[in-house]
Design a binder for this molecule. Structure first.
Ligand code: UGA
Ligand code: MN
Length: 323
């Protein structure tokens, strides 16, 4: 009798074990899928694939409904928009310059790029480039009259004025949103810190510029938080001895001085900045940035003229490539 019971037990044992294992597997949580960690991008992908810088604070759209009963986070004060006006003209290095600029600007929150072509029409190259740049932007154009395209004459006067006119027109009817304007030539080098500094401009702010004026840098001299003079090696008699890359102006100042523009008439080489700044501020009023103007955060680099001596005149490449 005992042996019969034993045999039955041993026959049933594997089945009992199988049932136990299956029950155990069923109740176990599924293993996490082996997917890579999500790639962190500081940009949100907007409609149409445009990459927009994430706005600070505030819940995302999808989560808004679910969280309605929870206390809402206080919205942060609005970040002033930085408007960067860039004059640009067609030449072999243009796309390379614009690429470098876009790579910098894309990392700056709330920046609007006003790109002004020195041309009779918007070029295909720049239009295509801007469409893919992933930046809030405005594409303008105005040609420099032929008589002003001469060495020794100021450059980009008409283009900067076109940018100013666009800004004034855009803010014509609404109360001015907080904003800061900055003239960003396409061949300079910009540190990201520079944008943090200029963002707090109340009227007109200034800072040093590297590799300019025949020196390693030029800078405003500051005493007790006020600009009292200029460290420069070139035309020290300039009322504002500063490069175009060395200052920013609040949108409010641009709007309340509607006649302030860059002038061709009577403008001497190197005096564009002074002629413009004289119309909107005084040296005493300037706000020194970059640690009382002791840090270089922008460089007047200038790109070397490219050597195309071996470009073929005939027997061209079989494909047409945009450079
Ligand atoms: C210096 C200053 O840094 C400029 O801000 C100033 O406009 C210029 O002198 C001047 O002489 O007017 P520099 O490096 O000599 O700069 O000038 P560029 O960089 O050749 O030109 C300044 C800006 O104007 C650039 O963004 C450039 O793309 C644009 N530009 C230049 C045009 O739109 N059209 C031109 O024919 C030449
Ligand atoms: Mn330049």
């Amino acid at each position: 009798m005992k042996s019969v019971l034993f045999t039955r037990f041993f026959i049933l044992l594997p089945w009992i074990l199988i049932v136990i294992i299956m029950l155990d597997v069923d109740t176990r949580k599924p293993a996490p899928p082996l997917t890579p960690r999500p790639y962190f991008s500081p940009y949100a992908v907007g409609r149409g694939g445009a990459r927009l810088p994430l706005r600070r604070g505030g819940p995302a759209h999808g989560t808004q409904k679910r969280n309605q009963s929870r206390p809402q986070p206080q919205p942060e004060p609005q970040l002033p928009t930085i408007y960067a006006i860039t004059p640009t003209y067609s030449r072999p290095v243009q796309k390379a310059e614009l690429t470098r600029l876009a790579n910098t600007f894309r990392q700056v929150a709330q920046l609007h790029w006003i790109l002004v072509e020195d041309a009779a029409a918007r070029s295909e190259l720049v239009s295509r480039f801007l469409a893919r740049a992933g930046l809030p932007s405005t594409h303008l154009h105005v040609p420099t009259p032929r008589r002003y395209k001469r060495p020794g004459l100021p450059r980009a006067t008409e283009q900067r004025n076109a940018g100013l006119a666009w800004l004034r027109q855009r803010h014509q009817h609404q109360r001015a949103q907080p904003g800061v304007l900055f003239f960003a030539d396409d061949d300079n080098t910009y540190s990201l810190e520079l944008f943090q500094e200029m963002r707090t401009t109340r009227k007109v702010s200034v800072w040093p510029v590297g590799l300019v004026g025949g020196r390693r840098y030029e800078r405003p001299l500051v005493e007790n938080g006020k600009v009292v003079g200029w460290y420069t090696g070139w035309r020290a008699d300039r009322p504002f001895a500063i490069d175009m890359a060395g200052f920013a102006v609040s949108l409010q100042v641009i709007l309340s001085n509607p006649k302030a523009v860059f002038k061709r008439r009577g403008s001497q080489p190197g005096m564009q900045e002074s002629d413009f700044l004289k119309q909107i501020t005084t040296v005493e009023e300037l706000e020194p940035k970059a640690n009382n103007c002791t840090k270089v955060l922008v460089w007047h680099t200038r790109t070397e003229k490219v050597n195309l001596a071996n470009e073929p005149k005939y027997r061209l490449d079989t494909v047409k490539i945009e450079v």
